[in-house]
Design a protein around this ligand. Structure first.
Ligand code: CDP
Length: 229
């Protein structure tokens, strides 16, 4: 079987990264979480007091982007490519609510999207790649071999994210998370540049009542049916 490009898009907190990671491990592909890149830019904006700039002078903010270098390094323990902002590992930091609350506004800025997509497309797809995000099947890799769109009910998604954050020692409330994921879905689906849409050739998976294993089984079957000779 040839090495595939798999695009996973979908609503906030639908477990896209867990599925992407499992698939990448199973097939020996590279996994890139594109959301972590928008989160990295947001963290940079918070730390450099740029949030006001985004409203008043977008060009100054864009200029500052030149100071950012975003890299991924594979961690043999977590089995994922962790994200580095200017050589600092920020994989854990970017999951916090301070970033989640602002990321969709930053991600709506066309100049920022252009830079992120440029980096995403430099990935060597020859070894097979799984990338998750909001515009992977529509903009980043419209020629992806397999496009998946994940969704689930609001309450299931909020509960999962709440449990994950509490497990990671973060202080959060379920209500804040529920509001945040609904708000991000709205902003992500209604922005003018690269909105979250369901591509015509995407397979939609509502995983409200599916385990990660159920989903991997379903996707593996799709891959087998479609790509094994
Ligand atoms: O994991 P979760 O669903 O919470 O979101 P994420 O993948 O970490 O993405 C965080 C935010 O980045 C999204 O809500 C979008 O605003 C933005 N994003 C985007 O615009 N395009 C992408 N390809 C990936 C993320």
């Amino acid at each position: 079987m040839k090495n595939l490009t798999i695009a996973i898009d979908g609503h906030a907190s639908t477990g896209k990264s867990s599925i992407a990671k499992e698939l990448a491990v199973k097939y020996g592909y590279i996994y890139i979480n594109s959301g972590s890149m928008y989160r990295a830019v947001t963290l940079f904006a918070i730390e450099n007091n740029l949030l006001k700039l985004t409203k008043t002078n977008i060009n100054l903010f864009i200029d500052k982007l030149k100071e950012i270098s975003i890299n991924f390094k594979f961690n043999d323990n977590s089995l994922i490519s962790e994200i580095y902002l200017n050589s600092r590992n920020i994989e854990n930091e970017i999951g916090g609510m301070h970033v989640s609350k602002l990321v969709s506004e930053i991600a709506a800025i066309p100049e920022i999207r252009k830079e992120m997509v440029k980096i995403q497309r430099t990935i060597d797809r020859g070894k097979g790649v799984v990338m998750d995000g909001r515009d992977i099947g529509s903009v980043v890799f419209p020629d992806a071999d397999l496009k998946l769109f994940l969704t689930a009910s609001d309450s299931v998604r909020a509960k999962r994210r709440f449990e994950e954050m509490v497990k990671n020692g973060l202080e959060v409330s379920y209500e804040d998370i529920l509001y945040n994921i609904k708000n991000r879905d709205l902003l992500d689906s209604t922005r003018s540049d690269s909105p979250l849409i369901i591509e015509k050739d995407a397979v939609v998976i509502d995983n409200s009542h599916m385990s990660i294993n159920d989903q991997i089984d379903k996707i593996s079957k799709l891959i087998k049916d479609k790509f094994s000779n």
